[in-house]
Design a protein around this ligand. Structure first.
Ligand SMILES: C[S@@+](CC[C@H](N)C(=O)[O-])C[C@H]1O[C@@H](n2cnc3c(N)ncnc32)[C@H](O)[C@@H]1O
Length: 334
């Protein structure tokens, strides 16, 4: 192995210079002896004494997921897998195409090594049913589907097998939180484990009513209320919001409706419960903003109210040509 031999006191400066010039051979370790240091290089270098030495090879650590699966999967297959990673706390959820079913263990083990997380699961179904949960199959690491996810300083405990949660909505939650004013009375109609209430409640002096039909989600939200230092207060209710809300004595300054597939069927409830001048944060799956705006307007008109559309956004892509869309509407009496 060709090495540059330098007095020990020049070793570090020389190493930096050779590295910057791309002349150092990074696959071997530098050796330091009593008076001299030996730096592995790729070629003879002018102005330096070159000697031949045996140097220890660097342990070859695969740097990424692709390197771990090299030779097992095609480049295209690896790229497809890489974009499917969802990391929630110390759990990784992968989408493995049907034609790679026989390699799922290999892929799971590589994902465990690459991500250094606790558990790897693969998606076994789409998000489905009233509680919006998907089937998961354990692949690698520890089969423990409970984790704590950190978002904007909030700690959110959840079981990925029992409740809905998407880390891809973090920016949307921050945006909504930033638009909230201290003193607001807020209703989250489909709160899940409470990412909106917790992120808002940590930052604003508000009063939040949070409803979900999934018992596990409400159990985790109750834990999350204890896990976080909140400025605001959060009251939880388990049940169908259409029924539960009948006992509410108050109107709300803001209503969050993040059940994008079905939120439109609950617009009669939210339009009834919104305070004059209050804001509905409405969500739906669509290829445009028109449908959601129309639904909000029609729901308001039915009860003699009107809506001013304040803001429309694409939160995330759900399938080609379809988006998870957010519409903020200010509702007033006519
Ligand atoms: C898409 S998830 C959103 C959860 C949460 N807002 C979030 O951003 O993570 C929708 C939630 O609505 C709940 N849900 C569905 N139908 C409901 C209903 N009729 N009343 C109350 N909650 C309902 C589900 O259990 C699920 O947790």
């Amino acid at each position: 192995m060709k090495c540059v031999k330098v007095p020990l006191k020049e070793l570090n400066d020389t190493r930096i210079k050779l590295m910057e010039n791309g002349q150092m051979n990074m696959e071997y370790k530098i050796k330091a002896e009593k008076n001299y240091g030996y730096i592995p290089v790729n070629e003879d270098i002018e102005d330096y004494e070159i000697v031949c030495m045996h140097l220890e090879a660097m342990k070859k650590v695969p740097h990424n997921f692709s390197e771990l699966l090299e030779g097992e999967l095609t480049h295209g297959e690896i790229e497809e897998l890489r974009t499917s990673f969802d990391t929630i706390g110390d759990i990784v959820i992968l989408e493995i195409p049907d034609d790679l079913e026989d390699k799922k263990q290999l892929i799971g083990d590589a994902a465990l090594k690459f991500t250094k997380r606790k558990s790897i699961y693969m998606k076994r179904s789409a998000i489905k049913g009233t509680t919006r949960v998907r089937d998961l199959e354990f692949l690698s690491g520890v089969d423990d589907s409970v984790t704590i996810y950190k978002e904007h300083g909030a700690r959110l405990k959840l079981d990925v097998r029992q409740v809905y949660f998407s880390p891809r909505l973090a920016t949307e939650r921050k945006r909504v939180m930033e638009s909230v004013l201290d003193g607001e009375e807020i209703l989250d109609m489909f709160c899940g484990i409470g990412p909106f209430p917790i992120v808002i409640g940590r930052n604003k002096y508000v009063d939040i009513t949070a409803v979900d039909i999934n018992e596990s989600a409400i159990r985790y939200l109750d834990e999350n209320i204890m896990l976080n230092k909140l400025k605001g207060s959060i009251h939880t209710y388990c049940g169908d919001v259409r029924q539960v809300s009948q006992s509410f004595k108050t109107k709300f300054d803001r209503i969050i409706m993040n059940l994008p597939g079905l939120a439109y069927t609950f617009l009669d409830v939210s339009v009834d419960l919104i305070e004059d001048g209050g804001i509905i944060n409405y969500y739906e799956f669509s290829d445009s903003y028109e449908q959601g705006q129309k639904r909000l307007k029609e729901a308001c008109e039915k009860v003699g109210k009107q809506v001013e559309i304040l803001n429309c956004r694409k939160v995330k892509s759900t399938s080609p040509g379809e988006w998870h869309i957010a519409i903020d509407g200010k509702v007033t009496k006519k």
